[in-house]
Design a binder for this molecule. Structure first.
Ligand code: AKG
Ligand code: FE2
Length: 228
């Protein structure tokens, strides 16, 4: 995204306020507060992230020569925005605060404060420690897209490990298939060399399975649910 589209949170200085209302300082800060609230940060943040999600997915479809599915893809998407807080562990030992999992969605976009903790597993089983940066997002593929691409893309295992007192905040935008949309790899991605890996499935029903005891215990809930 170009510099014009850079997201900037309004920053307001409250330090010159005393407790008296209707001083010029009070009126100035009140105007700034109202402007900031109208700035609609919480609304524009997911909007901008959903643009990024769509750019990434467009690039994936282009690289697979499957642009003809673009409209169907975008049209069958809902978005979920989740804000997460992980309390500091109050110890110098590193603790697992979010167990290893793959996301079940299409694409995940994460943004976080400066406290480290996210780790992503490579295909070879090595854990990479993600270094947070205020200028970047973490983009991961979820199981829905892995299944749709018939395994061409990888949805990585990830977890959160923390140590120390500081709280970690992260925000995730998750693109999700609408209920009733059947996820099925397109015929262009299935051939002798690439046999179909997953039976067609509905994302919401798959989630229902994922949250059962069997789904939670499975090494890959997707493979258990609809693997061929
Ligand atoms: O907080 C994070 O960085 C990861 C969150 C996550 O993996 C999830 O919500 O699925
Ligand atoms: Fe996740």
């Amino acid at each position: 995204m170009g510099s014009e589209s850079t997201l900037k949170l309004p920053v307001i200085d409250f330090s010159n306020l005393d407790q008296k209302v209707h001083t010029p300082e009070w009126d100035l800060v009140r105007t700034q507060v109202l402007e900031a609230l109208q700035y609609n940060t919480i609304q524009s943040f997911p909007e901008r992230l959903s643009e990024l999600d769509q750019i990434v997915r467009r690039m994936i479809l282009e690289s697979l020569d499957l642009e003809k599915y673009l409209e169907e893809h975008m049209g069958s998407t809902n978005y979920l925005l989740r804000v997460m807080k992980y309390k500091g562990t109050q110890t110098s030992e590193t603790k697992l605060v979010l167990t290893a999992h793959t996301d079940k969605i299409i694409v995940t976009i994460l943004y976080q404060n400066q406290v480290e903790g996210l780790e992503v597993e490579t295909k070879d089983g090595e854990w990479i420690n993600v270094k947070p940066s205020p200028d970047s997002f973490i983009v991961m593929i979820g199981d829905s897209l892995l299944a749709w691409t018939n395994g061409r893309l990888h949805s990585p295992n990830h977890r959160v490990m923390m140590t120390g007192d500081e709280a970690r905040y992260s925000t995730g935008l998750f693109s999700i298939r609408k209920a009733g949309y059947i996820i099925e790899a397109p015929k262009e991605l299935v051939d002798e060399e690439h046999p179909l890996l997953f039976k067609p499935f509905d994302h919401v029903q798959f989630l229902g399975y994922y949250y059962t005891e069997a789904g939670q215990k499975a090494k890959s809930a997707l493979r258990n649910y609809c693997g061929i």
